[in-house]
Design a protein around this ligand. Structure first.
Ligand code: CTP
Ligand code: CA
Length: 226
């Protein structure tokens, strides 16, 4: 019975979330992408909506249903995600970048299928924009949260990203840990805030982790208002 009666601790708040991988095309047939399933970002969107927030979800190509009461915008490339995140950024209170954005894309995208040749193939890549870093540089009222996927020295690299991108908090994912990472239904993360608050969340479903992350953000916002 209690399923739909949930503590609306985010009511009156607007939350912008990006989720999933991006896709960078080489030709009409091939593309570069990564292992992100989008599950963590979608869980955040669903939990935020369940707890009273107005939610906008910018989603890369994923195989997931749109969470209830969530406004979803689909994108493919890092550039499209950049455009949409910038567009929605100004009128949201909490912004969470759970997406796994491509760091590089092919300099050339061929209009026709690239035919095989003798010998090796090199594809020259260029950097995409760092969406989160740009949002961090221009944020005003927003509470900005990044994700970090790491395989080693996870806390160290997480802290570095938190500072470099001017975030309010970062959620660090050890993608090599058992029961965490890509495609998994569970996750183990560490929440780190700019103010030095650090909390490791024990392995749980991505929905439970999502709710805990949102509660920690809410707590930080309440402490800030004091
Ligand atoms: N991110 C972004 N735009 C990019 C790359 C990353 O907005 N072009 C965001 C991700 O959505 C995530 C955070 O930055 O919230 C950290 O992503 P991650 O890949 O862990 O870090 P990078 O800064 O890309 O550094 P590296 O991949 O070299 O570890
Ligand atoms: Ca990266």
């Amino acid at each position: 019975i209690a399923q739909h009666i949930q503590d609306p601790f985010l009511s009156g708040k607007s939350v912008l979330i990006s989720a999933g991988p991006t896709r960078e095309s080489v030709d009409p047939i091939r593309f570069f992408t990564n292992h992100s399933s989008g599950k963590m970002g979608f869980a955040l969107a669903q939990e935020a909506a369940n707890h009273g927030a107005e939610v906008t979800l910018v989603a890369g190509p994923v195989n997931l249903e749109t969470p209830k009461n969530v406004k979803r915008i689909d994108v493919l490339t890092a550039e499209e995600m950049y455009q949409q995140m910038n567009h929605f950024f100004p009128d949201h209170d909490i912004v969470i970048k759970a997406a796994a954005v491509a760091d590089y894309r092919p300099i050339l995208t061929y209009d026709e299928k690239l035919k095989k040749q003798e010998g090796n193939l090199s594809i020259e890549m260029e950097r995409t924009k760092d969406i989160l870093k740009e949002l961090g540089a221009k944020k005003t009222k927003q509470y900005l949260v990044g994700f970090a996927a790491e395989t080693n020295d996870v806390i160290h690299y997480g802290r570095e990203k938190l500072a470099k991108k001017h975030l309010n908090a970062i959620v660090i994912n050890d993608v090599k840990a058992q029961g965490a990472g890509f495609g998994s239904d569970t996750n183990i993360v560490t929440f780190l805030s700019e103010k030095g608050f650090e909390k490791q969340l024990v392995m749980a479903s991505k929905n439970k982790i999502a709710k805990q992350i949102l509660e920690l953000i809410d707590q930080e916002l309440k402490d800030e208002a004091k």
